[in-house]
Design a protein around this ligand. Structure first.
Ligand SMILES: [Zn+2]
Length: 231
């Protein structure tokens, strides 16, 4: 299998796994940079995330133009292309509208590391303030600026964008982000959460963010998805 075919298959799995967890619904997208090129692969606008197959995945250049594929790219492709241009270290991006993390982006309450997996996002997630859809380059660049060097950015009244050094790392970030948001939400009902301090964030993030952890999580989702008939 070529590198591109493999990446397309990973995007299909990533989207279906996120759909299975209720993190992606009828909208949301995942992309992968084709290494060494100015191109990226992304699931298209119209195809259900529950029924996506590799042939549906389209190729865009980093200006957002369709290069190859039979479908239209997502309306918010600029989120992906602008971040790829700004962050050479990023090889995969997911944009979606998960329930708990989006609540923080609506309430304006900082999403902070309260659980071990949440430590990988640092002291507090950045918040992109414009609630409009990101449909042009100017807006995409503003999202990239809000993201900065972080692993994820909350988008006010809208959703989140998560980046990673591989599709598996990006997917892991998606799962960890929503998990931390859910835990912070419920823990806050009991009292003020005990956020990690700077040293704890550094140590816990280091012991958490590992290639073998991405693989373990990915393999688990693959097994679950097979059992559930999602792939
Ligand atoms: Zn969106």
């Amino acid at each position: 299998m070529s590198n591109v075919s493999e990446l397309k298959e990973k995007i299909v799995r990533g989207c279906r796994f996120l759909y299975m967890d209720g993190l992606m619904d009828h909208s949301g997208h995942m992309s992968a940079r084709i290494p060494g090129t100015d191109r990226a692969l992304i699931n298209p606008f119209s195809v259900s995330r529950a029924a996506l197959v590799a042939e549906d995945v389209v190729t865009v250049d980093l200006e957002g133009h369709l290069v190859e594929g039979k479908h239209e790219p997502p309306a918010e492709t600029a989120i992906h292309t602008c971040i790829y241009r700004a962050r050479p270290d990023v090889l995969s991006i997911a944009h979606f509208h998960p329930h708990f993390a989006t609540l923080f982006a609506i309430a304006g309450v900082p999403l902070i590391p309260v659980s071990s997996h949440g430590a990988v996002f640092g002291a507090a997630l950045p918040l992109y303030m414009d609630p409009d859809h990101v449909t042009n380059d100017e807006q995409g660049q503003a999202v990239a600026r809000s993201l900065g060097q972080s692993r994820a950015v909350l988008m006010r009244g809208h959703g989140v964008t998560v980046v990673g050094e591989s599709v598996e790392a990006c997917f892991t970030g998606c799962v960890y982000l929503e998990e931390n948001a859910r835990r912070q939400f419920f823990a806050s009902l009991l009292g003020p959460p005990l956020a990690f301090d700077e040293d704890e964030i550094r140590r816990v993030a280091k012991s958490t963010w590992k290639e073998k952890s991405f693989k373990k999580l990915w393999d688990h989702y693959e097994s679950r998805a097979r059992a559930a008939g999602v792939i």
